[in-house]
Design a protein around this ligand. Structure first.
Ligand SMILES: NC(=O)c1ccc[n+]([C@@H]2O[C@H](COP(=O)([O-])OP(=O)(O)OC[C@H]3O[C@@H](n4cnc5c(N)ncnc54)[C@H](OP(=O)(O)O)[C@@H]3O)[C@@H](O)[C@H]2O)c1
Length: 239
């Protein structure tokens, strides 16, 4: 199976893990639709992909927690690049704080982006995959979606939600030849980890976004009859 010439949609592609996945896919000849809220980031990534790899790209600035924006983004991407073969539900948001300290508006927003956003994008992309009887979906959860911790209630509730959604989706669509994988990375060296205060040692001892991208590429390249249900990714070299 070759993925060359296929079409991927990557959410949260403006920086961090999403950007690294978009770069990896493009380096292998996959045409990539890029979604995030900041158009300038997306345009910079798209220019890099075109320049380095000559693939086709399409950018849409959209908030994945807004269903109308998501539906328009998926429609525009499909019109520009063709039906989506690979969906990378990577965009996510995180904020830490105790249950009592955290502003309820922030708590709700973390749920909206991670859970509803993943659901909205999937729901918009899925009909074409079912009709074509093919597709791969990778949903990015976290180790925080497997274990709760003090101050992570919103993020853990959201990322547990992503795993529950993803597992149910997987059971629904595997009969349509659609593969659904949930990733549960530990801390990765990105802006999100900086903001959350998770960079506690030398950065070269952390997982890098490119490591996650390499794992995604390996998973996508398994024979079509097989898929990884859930994959954790850790570093052997913790600080
Ligand atoms: N970094 C880690 O340690 C780590 C570990 C495990 C799992 N994860 C998960 O991995 C994924 C990527 O994380 P990252 O570390 O690469 O984060 P990041 O550096 O903060 O990048 C997040 C990307 O998502 C986009 N985004 C955020 N909210 C959005 C929204 N409402 N609608 C559309 N796009 C949105 C951001 O762009 P805009 O702000 O322009 O929208 C950005 O492009 C997330 O789901 C995160 O929870 C991260």
């Amino acid at each position: 199976m070759t993925l060359h010439g296929q079409v991927a949609l990557v959410t949260g592609a403006g920086r961090g893990i999403g950007k690294a996945i978009a770069m990896k896919l493009a380096s292998e000849g996959v045409n990539v639709g890029l979604v995030a809220r900041t158009a300038a980031d997306l345009n910079a990534v798209a220019a890099q992909l075109k320049e380095a790899y000559g693939v086709r790209t399409h950018t849409v600035a959209a908030d994945i927690s807004n269903r109308r924006e998501v539906e328009q983004a998926v429609q525009q991407t499909t019109e520009a690049l063709g039906p989506i073969d690979i969906l990378i539900n990577n965009a996510g948001a995180a904020k830490f704080g105790t249950v009592l300290d955290m502003d309820p508006a922030d708590w709700e927003q973390i749920l909206r982006v991670n859970v509803l956003g993943t659901y909205y994008v999937t729901r918009a992309v899925l009909p074409d995959m079912v009709r074509r009887n093919t597709g791969s979906i990778v949903n990015v959860s976290s180790t925080a979606g497997q274990r709760g911790a003090a101050t992570t209630s919103a993020y853990s509730a959201a990322k547990f939600g992503v795993i529950g959604f993803s597992e149910s989706l997987m059971q629904e669509v595997r009969k349509h030849n659609i593969r659904v994988t949930t990733l549960t990375p530990s801390t990765v060296n990105t802006e999100m980890a900086t903001t959350l205060g998770l960079k506690i040692g030398p950065q070269d001892r952390m997982l890098q976004p490119e490591d996650v991208a390499d794992l995604v590429w390996s998973i996508l390249n398994l024979p079509q009859r097989v898929f990884v249900n859930q994959a954790g990714i850790w570093t052997t070299n913790p600080a």
